[in-house]
Ligand binder design. Structure first.
Ligand code: NAD
Length: 464
């Protein structure tokens, strides 16, 4: 059952990776084939019994050593990430260290994901969390090392072995993670990194019967195809997909603080962020004041050389992605358009537009570039209506000085990951994921371990 939407005969065999800020060639790679994917799946299957036989405390020790090895190579990983995808060095350094923290967290979870005993008549009843076996991990290009760690951590902690397919345009840090795992003593075959295209390698995880689960992060369009493909074998699937998140600012909020935080919430990572608060909903009575401050803060969001420590925003990831974003923004009427460096690189300026027509593409589509739309609302009910008028439901923020209102609004929002008087989205110890077409299942926290295990129930008759 090949991916019915793709012609496999035209799959490319090599890829040239360019630095998005300079367009210089960073690396040329041979891409893996379906046969390479099959070989990696076989290696993962062979390594499974050995990995599960290691005592929990020793498995945790190996994972901690892996985490420490990642942290010891954080600068190297950050430099690779910045060269490969254009992420500013401050952010890529944060991501590399955060990846180590994620692996540490799940190392600690190994002996804490416990089953239960349940009172029943005539015996003893208990549950076990059993590993799934081989799991297929598919990650996107926007936070390469971090997204890889989000999946590797719980997959291995739960006793599975893994095949990881990073996005082929930004594979360098994931490839390095595979090497660092071996350096740290994670046994051969437990973590296998295969760099190929989605239709060629990623789809093989969907169709190969040995792969018991596909954990996917990427676009909603591809996520839907993966979910449909997994249905054929009732294969486990979790999906972390797109977003069009709302940043809701009430008149009773600290308007200056909300406006100062708003650029980072949408222009960070050049807007290539599933949690980007790209719809800024502002109560009409403070609309002009907020907009003025938002534009002023955005002027100070430094765009330029991603290797400079002062840079807040770099280029977009590839020429193709720049062309895609431009299809949304060509001819867009803005209230602010920032500057970009001259010369080579895939630069797109920061853009802020306003809209009262919530059916407009800028209010509905995930642009995945540095573009924000500011939308006025009248009252609480209007804010909730506009916020929920979206196919997506990943994250969001509420800015208000009224605690009761904050609670009312967050409970009414169709979104999985919300913050109040803050735009923070992700912590490895708290559940993360989306409502509606933003996903299925959750990452992070002890919750995610349920998505990497089967729950087994056992009843033992005791005769009374
Ligand atoms: P994408 O869907 O194009 O690709 C994601 C991954 O899927 C890549 O590794 C790709 O090679 C692979 N793939 C593509 N076609 C496939 C197929 N037919 N079968 C199997 N695998 C296939 O997404 P992208 O452009 O890399 O990433 C951007 C998207 O990811 C955005 O929509 C963003 O919102 C989303 N995202 C979501 C989260 C989240 O946690 N919710 C996090 C980061 C990114």
């Amino acid at each position: 059952m090949p991916d019915p939407t793709t012609d496999h005969s035209s799959a490319p065999s090599t890829i040239v990776l360019r630095n998005p800020a300079t367009e210089e060639v960073v690396r040329e790679l041979t891409l893996a084939t379906r046969a390479d994917a099959d070989a990696a799946i076989k290696r993962a299957a062979a390594a499974g019994p050995g990995w599960r036989a290691i005592a929990p405390a020793d498995r945790a020790r190996l994972m901690r050593r892996f985490a420490d090895t990642i942290a010891a190579h954080a600068d190297e990983l950050a430099a690779l990430e910045t060269a490969n995808m254009g992420m500013p060095m401050g952010n890529s350094t944060w991501c590399a260290n955060a990846a180590a923290d994620v692996i540490h967290y799940f190392a600690g979870a190994i002996d804490k994901h416990t089953g239960s005993t349940i009172p029943v008549a005539g015996g003893v009843d208990m549950t076990f969390h059993e590993p799934l076996g081989v799991v297929g991990l598919i990650t996107p290009w926007n936070f390469p090392v971090l997204m890889a760690s989000w999946k590797i951590g719980p997959a291995l902690a739960a006793g599975n072995t893994a095949v990881l397919k990073p996005a082929e345009i930004t594979p360098l840090t994931a490839m390095r993670l595979g090497e660092l795992a071996l350096d740290a003593g994670i046994p051969e075959g437990v973590l296998n990194v295969v760099v190929g295209t989605g239709p060629e390698v990623g789809w093989r995880f969907v169709e190969h019967p040995t792969v018991r689960k596909v954990a996917f992060t990427g676009s909603t369009a591809v996520g839907k195809r993966i979910m449909a493909g997994c249905a054929d074998q009732v294969k486990r699937v979790t999906l972390e997909l797109g977003g069009k998140s709302a940043n809701i600012v009430f008149a009773d909020a600290d308007i200056e603080a909300a406006a100062a935080a708003a650029p980072g919430a949408v222009f960070d990572n050049s807007g290539q962020d599933c949690c980007a608060r790209s719809r800024v909903l502002v109560q009409r009575s403070v609309f002009d004041r907020f907009l003025e401050h938002f534009i002023e803060s955005s002027r100070h969001f430094t765009v330029g050389d991603p290797t400079s420590p002062n840079t807040a925003m770099g280029p977009l990831v590839t020429a193709e992605h720049l062309a895609r974003v431009r299809r949304f923004t060509d001819g867009l009427e803005t209230v602010y358009t920032g500057d970009v460096p001259e010369g080579p690189g895939y630069w797109h300026p920061i853009m802020i537009a306003t809209s009262t027509d919530h059916s407009a593409s800028i209010c509905r589509d995930e642009i995945f570039g540095p573009v924000a739309v500011v939308i006025p609302f009248e009252d609480e009910a209007d804010a909730i209506r506009i916020c929920n008028d979206s196919d997506y439901g990943l994250s969001g923020s509420v800015w208000t000085g009224d605690g009761s209102r904050a609670l009312r609004v967050v409970r009414a929002m169709d979104a999985g990951t919300i913050s109040v008087n803050s735009n923070s989205s992700v912590r490895y110890s708290t559940p993360f994921g989306g409502f509606k077409q933003s996903g299925l299942g959750r990452e992070h926290s002890m919750t995610v371990l349920d998505h990497y295990t089967e729950l087994k129930n056992v009843f033992i008759a005791t005769g009374s």
